[in-house]
Write a protein of this length. Structure first.
Lengths: 373, 373, 373, 373
């Protein structure tokens, strides 16, 4: 078996060097092999070209280039790894919706784990309600009175949000009413139904850019492990309380059902790649799929490839900022795998990475979708 | 009605100043009222004394002092606000368990929202299995082979974790078997049962320091909105798969039931105070309790007091790093409330804050517990 | 006089909104004017195109787009502002040398303020000694024995550094010996002589990419206020001690002479733009040129345009992380100016910004060099 | 010779473990030796007690405890190491003045390297002008008009600053006029004269808390390598321009003279300890004293002890955020030394560390001052 080296932040073949001679010369030769090549922007014309040049620079630009390389490798691996995308943060108000949809359409991702907020904001926009350029330097008390919600430098229209909330309540009412036996669903199932809702009621022009709809259409499961912790969850709570008051058992969301489902996807995958956009539950949830297998006596099932874009850092001890190297100790990542962390705001890094990979792959990987393999 | 000023990062009475004269003198007087007083450590003997001195210094030490002041105020408010504690991060391997337990025992907190990891690690230690001082500078592949899990600079014993996992599976089996009608629980209910498990099977000496047990004993509800995303969730998944294979409907965890429960607590509280230790789901989940009320037509129910300890920052647009000021636009926080953010590692800030508040309150607030009011 | 709005983080016309009606509708209209437009990477082909799309996204990508816009504006202002570039960090080992040289060659910058390290590393490479791709995950004790210096993920060859040090000593010896009256120089003067040294002794192929040489050639002054705090300063110290031992008064570097020189440049500029790549002395030193004018009774001479790329943050109270908004209180920046901060690693942001500006300006601004105006 | 282990972030005895058996058990024993002990704030009464308890917690609290331990060790080392304190940031507006003065008075520090701002603000306060509690949430344009300077959440009185500036100009005029031969000084010499100025003209009550005065009194040299880059430098520039206009050669500040002076201090020290409060020039300048010795053929003269308090991080590649481990590759730190980094705002960490060390040492180390040894 060919052994892969873990990339990026923990790359060097320490042991060999350690056992090497203490004389300066041979060691220096070992260490001083690959020159930094100053980036020459005048000769660069494409985003892929920029990212290639970053391979020979330093610090986070080099890590960004490594993300492109690793993403490309996982999409070209003949073992067709199942690619999990963990998506935290407010990606839709940030304008990242189509980047994610492109990843779904172009077969660059097989499974999405995200926050309820990302799914909710996508839903909102699919009905023709939008987010707006704002500023953090405003009087938030006035925004409150104007029914405008602020997400750092971006504004949302509270009244439109309430219109969408009603659609969520109505969907839950409908599902429960039409299915006497269904008293609980996984978040994955409910997200699929939201995709169907967009297909039926969303604006025609907006569907194409909705990632929830694209996932629905291409059979890419979306898991929202903390669905209750979002406006979708609040809509479901309104349904819940309403039905309780009416004496009808309401629709619940069973988290453990989700675990079972994602476990089956992981278990049946030959290999896996992971992409962590921010931290939080999405990152940890994808990490633990490998850990769960070990619990069932399936050893060495850590993920094979991965990159993460984060602005968090390891020294606070939280999972969001932890390194892939730390994950190796848990068996969440294979120590023979290829991983890199790039410390950068996602809104800069993600479009660059996905565009560069697309340019290099001729717009889509050759591999089949997970569901068609 | 007495109006409170929002503290800390958005403190200044802008409007008055704005409408003031443009001449330098009167404005300068307005701005230059409170001198910075250099901290004199030689005259300080207590932690409360240090924190008092921080009131007249700058940057994050002043914010830390503000946390103490606001915490004290919410505990002394005659309206007896219900205090929600959001707890992210790996607080138990960090050695913060007794600080949280002290907060529970001393009636400083009424409701806890946390990650599954915090509850799990607390459970582990209550059975006499521990965490250990380690280092991030180790070979994680060797840790993996040694069955040691790393949490930044701290080690856990994988074999002991597996022993605890079996107890979780057994508990779920038992609950489901003994209660024919119970096919799903809220995370809050399951956490309460875990408290009971500790009471029955935990080490006598360890119970006192377990926050899950203390919550069980003192009727402080623990919500874990993303319970599936933790080792507790993985244990429940083992139960789930086992029962499915046996043809028995397994126990699920219904997230929406949790929402209903915490909504009732928020709805019936006269006032509320919030403490965010880190971000993630716990912070957002407590934030949204206020937002949910608005959905039901109960306006201006934002939280009244709050402080957060975080190392995240607002400019990435995520909820974990957002300011209280941003929350005002959503109605999650009252703009007349008192709030402050201290940017600091929790393991430093939390023990200092809780100790200083205890010193000032004569070891416990005078108010009654939420459940006894 | 046409009034400019301060951009980016403190953009919104607060006052007007404040005096507006309290009814939701008109305020909402005011706030919800500019939609976030999801970035569509499939339709983007150039770096300038990517940066344009970032104008309508959020968080740091929008700020990155603002940097491009403000940089372009300052280069197109008919008043021909003098552009000061503050350059901290290890930009040459990072591979950013040619980006800076391009800025000098293309008339995008008039004055550089930097650390001694940046000038030194540029000097090293001009003699054909290089920096190398390394990793932070190595045994630094072994690097030490191998005479390899580490700069995060990049390696330097200590033996080559020593060869360059000797050239610095020799240059100082020569200057002092050949100029009986010259007992001290400004850092600006010494840097110019280093440019001459590169011209005489540097590798032909390397000169073109050296920013010190390009500055020498195009008469762009380089100030290194803390020159002593670098390997150049250490070389000068070797010269100093050698001459002292020989009983000859050595060459000194007079910091205040630098202040006088940069003050004259600022004083005679009609307008000024500032670019802060990282913080430290370069940022503060450029900031204070405006403050110094005020000391001489020349009011309202704050800089007119500016952008900064930083990973530091304001809440620690240091100058490196301070906002442009804070600088307004000091008169360092005009409150009517246009400024933006982008929180990003420089090695990613700088090449993107400079490339995008070049694409938009047809490869160089039309304005004349400062020295030719 | 007894070998010391490098502490904190690179603590573990890797080699021994590496050569150990691959069986889980013995390795686990090796790794799982020191239990995390939950901090029990109820039993803690002193700051030293809190810091001792932090020794057995995790993340940054443990690193904070390590700072105390290493500081104590360097003060108790019978070889009497010379202790260098690097001081960046706005420590005086932050209220940290007396903490630094205490360190000077109690013989905890032998040499200070700082920014001009720290010395300037100390000077300002010694004349009875102060800094004030402010807020970052203000209109900085109004502050400008009110002649108030903002430092994050702290205000300064511009008019008082100008009074102090005149004293600096007058001092430079006087020095130059009274000493015909003195055309340049080191920053260290000028700072000493500023100490004398405070002694003559400062308020009696304020002297005791001034760190510049305490250094003057106790013969602790203060180096300000980038003195030009501060209000002191601007005052000197006013003097410079004034004298130039009068046709008199003005007083310059010769940076290289400083290098010579600090080099002599380092060269003659048996051992050295370093404390970095923030990064910037002070940190690098102290680092390079060890590097300079190597240039003169004195090998293995890296610092022996050190701790740093920072909020910067290594992955941007800058010197401010670099680890001690990186410094080992350069020979700036001994790989057998004891070092730790604590990621925390200085205004919280520094008073705690200094107080805890004082409590443990019975209020002052037993060793003699550097100048009395």
């Amino acid at each position: 078996m060919q052994k892969r080296r873990v990339k990026g932040s923990f790359k060097h073949p320490k042991r060999q060097i350690r056992s090497g001679s203490r004389e300066a010369a041979p060691l220096s030769k070992e260490f001083l092999k690959k020159r930094i090549i100053p980036i020459d922007i005048e000769g660069i014309n494409t985003i892929s070209g920029m990212l290639s040049a970053f391979h020979n620079t330093s610090f986070q630009s080099r890590n960004l280039a490594c993300c492109v390389e690793i993403f490309k490798k996982m999409l070209e691996d003949p073992d067709e790894p199942t690619v999990f995308l963990g998506l935290a943060g407010a990606m839709i108000p940030a304008g990242m919706k189509k980047v994610i949809s492109t990843m779904v359409k172009r077969k660059m991702v097989d499974v999405i784990v995200t926050t309820g907020a990302n799914a909710y904001h996508d839903l909102v926009e699919s009905f023709g309600y939008y987010h707006y350029k704002g500023s953090p330097e405003v009087d938030d008390a006035e925004l409150y009175q104007s029914r405008i919600d602020r997400i750092y430098d971006t504004f949302a229209d509270e009244e439109k949000y309430r219109l969408v909330d009603r659609k969520i309540v109505a969907l839950a009412d409908k599902i429960r009413t039409e299915n006497v036996d269904v008293t609980s669903m996984s978040s994955r199932e409910f997200l699929h139904d939201l995709g169907g809702l967009i297909d039926r009621e969303g604006l025609k022009d907006e569907k194409e850019s909705s990632f929830v709809w694209n996932c629905w259409r291409h059979n890419v499961p979306i898991f929202v492990p903390a669905l209750a912790d979002s406006s979708i969850g609040l809509g479901l709570t309104q349904h819940y309380i309403k039905f309780l008051r009416e004496g009808v058992r309401p629709l619940g969301i069973d988290q453990i059902k989700d675990n079972h489902e994602i476990f089956e996807i992981k278990r049946t995958a030959k290999k896996t790649g992971v992409i962590y956009i921010g931290g939080g539950v999405p990152k940890n949830y994808i990490q633990q799929t490998a850990y769960l297998e070990d619990m069932f006596g399936i050893p060495d099932r850590g993920h094979d490839y991965g990159f993460q874009i984060t602005t968090d850092r390891p020294e606070w001890g939280g999972l969001s900022g932890c390194t892939f190297k730390e994950g190796v100790s848990w068996g969440k990542e294979k120590h023979t795998g290829e991983f890199v962390t790039c410390y950068c705001d996602v809104t800069i890094a993600l479009p660059l990475i996905v565009k560069a990979v697309l340019e290099r792959l001729g717009n889509a990987p050759a591999m089949k979708r997970r569901t068609e393999r």
